[in-house]
Design a protein around this ligand. Structure first.
Ligand SMILES: *[C@@H]1O[C@H](CO)[C@@H](O)[C@H](O)[C@H]1NC(C)=O
Ligand SMILES: *[C@@H]1O[C@H](CO)[C@@H](O)[C@H](O)[C@H]1NC(C)=O
Ligand SMILES: *[C@@H]1O[C@H](CO)[C@@H](O)[C@H](O)[C@H]1NC(C)=O
Length: 431
């Protein structure tokens, strides 16, 4: 863990240097304002405070029955047990979360089997973190070995407590949405006790040089990998299975990319969610803001407007996809709340998107005896939990920024392949 953090910190510092900013920019600031469970030391010393006021989030949380659910969390280098993540969720007013297993085209050399990693976090979360199981669709010879992978997925969905659906990232794994493999995967999930398919829809920054550097080849952003209408047959066939269109078809490549879709995949995602009862939208990642508070993806806000215009608050689910680095969950949530309000969603609609729809889609109802209780023990953390908590966002608040920028891309072309391997954890970004 420390080793990875050290490498990643060095790489991030060098990347930023290569982008013309001094590494000292990272060295200002003290440790974290957060309570227990600090991330590894190197990262803490590199902390650059940036205040994010979470008082409105806290009000929203209270209004929504003390439930804000983040359905898009990842394993990350800054924690190796559930506790630091739970602590950050608590400070960010996120009551529960879903963690995604990721089987990239190259395995993270520092980590175990992705489903088992997720399982260990789920196990240690006291019912606050659920899992989305996955499988490796990039194995050679699917004909002969696919069954084994499907079995891996089926086993986690059927036998492991806390797993509530299956997850696929078609562009990252170059898996056509209308392929036989996709059909096998959807059928397996549909036959499980948790018939929810969680699918990345839209492009990814890994289509292009970054994919080449991190995966050894670019991801695939042609229409058959990113256009949700390629799923329509499966949506019609598996009517008892819920399809969640993750990122709602957002463009994560710039307008000058050959795979820029001008928001067409968003329009198609919205159309499918309007047409089919079993289709939902998920809104993670595309509302991200840079350190200076500007939108990273300029069309992100417009996507919310499209959802609002279509009247799809009851089919839209909140997720962040930002916990690759510490201190990012709360700021994404605060940004989303602002943008929900700006898009004209009322209080009831916002609570549906922040938790009600996720509870319904994933079957996360709490039993009589379980709820409602504050996330973890608020006594114990006294003044930190006063509702006016100001989260500090790290200067490295989203290392993905550096990797998805051309500066980091240029930097990456110069690193040795073993460093690229060390960066494999970032294969998770935007999965
Ligand atoms: C998936 O399979 C490919 C091909 O065998 C392999 O290179 C890759 O490491 C696997 N991914 C994971 C996460 O195990
Ligand atoms: C998770 O907990 C279950 C028991 O509930 C146990 O069988 C399993 O081995 C645990 N898995 C991990 C990865 O810790
Ligand atoms: C804010 O940061 C982005 C990069 O994250 C940059 O493109 C933009 O020019 C900056 N805007 C201002 C006003 O500094």
């Amino acid at each position: 863990m420390y080793f990875i953090s050290y490498i990643l910190l060095s790489v991030a510092l060098m990347a930023r240097t290569s982008m013309g900013q001094p590494p000292e920019a990272f060295m200002h600031g003290e440790g974290s304002s957060m309570g227990g469970g600090p991330p590894p030391g190197a990262f803490m010393n590199a902390h650059e405070p940036q205040a994010v006021d979470l008082s409105l989030v806290k009000e929203e949380f209270d209004r929504c029955n003390s439930e804000i659910i983040d359905v898009h969390l990842h394993d990350a280098f800054w924690f190796n047990s559930a506790d630091p993540l739970l602590e950050e969720m608590k400070l960010s007013h996120v009551s529960r979360g879903l963690m995604l297993s990721v089987y990239g085209p190259i395995a993270n050399p520092f980590s175990g089997d992705p489903n088992e990693v997720t399982e260990s976090i789920v196990n240690g979360s006291n019912g606050r973190i659920f899992g989305l199981a996955s499988l490796n669709t990039t194995i050679p010879d699917w004909e002969n070995h696919g069954e084994q992978e499907l079995e891996r997925l089926a086993t986690f969905l059927a036998k492991k407590p806390g797993f509530v659906g299956g997850k696929v990232a078609a562009p990252h794994t170059c898996l056509p949405l209308n392929s036989d493999i996709m059909r096998d995967v959807v059928r397996t999930i549909s036959e499980s006790p948790s018939p929810v398919v969680f699918l990345h829809i839209g492009t990814t920054p890994f289509c292009g040089p970054m994919g080449e550097q991190v995966f050894g080849r670019p991801a695939c952003c042609g229409p058959e990998f990113v256009d949700p209408t390629y799923l329509e047959d499966l949506i019609q066939k598996f009517t008892d299975t819920t399809f969640i269109l993750v990122h709602a078809g957002a463009d994560f490549l710039p307008p000058n990319s050959e795979h820029f879709y001008h928001g067409e995949n968003v329009d198609k995602s919205v159309m499918l969610a309007e047409t089919y009862d079993n289709v939902y939208l998920e809104i993670s990642a595309f509302l991200r803001q840079g350190p200076n508070g500007t939108d990273v993806y300029t069309e992100g806000t417009h996507i919310l407007d499209k959802i609002a215009d279509a009247g799809l608050a009851s089919k839209t689910i909140y997720g962040s996809d930002v916990n690759h680095a510490p201190h990012a969950i709360g700021s994404y949530l605060a940004t989303t709340l602002d943008k929900f309000i700006a898009a004209g969603f009322d209080e009831e609609e916002r609570c549906m998107m922040f938790s009600g729809n996720a509870i319904k889609a994933f079957g996360l109802e709490l039993g009589e005896t379980e709820a409602p209780q504050p996330p973890m023990d608020s006594e114990e953390h006294g003044e930190e939990d006063n509702g006016n908590h100001v989260e500090e966002a790290s200067g490295l608040d989203d290392v993905a920024d550096y990797l998805s920028s051309s500066g980091a891309g240029m930097f990456m072309t110069n690193v040795a392949s073993n460093i690229a391997m060390a960066l494999a954890p970032f294969a998770f970004v935007l999965f």
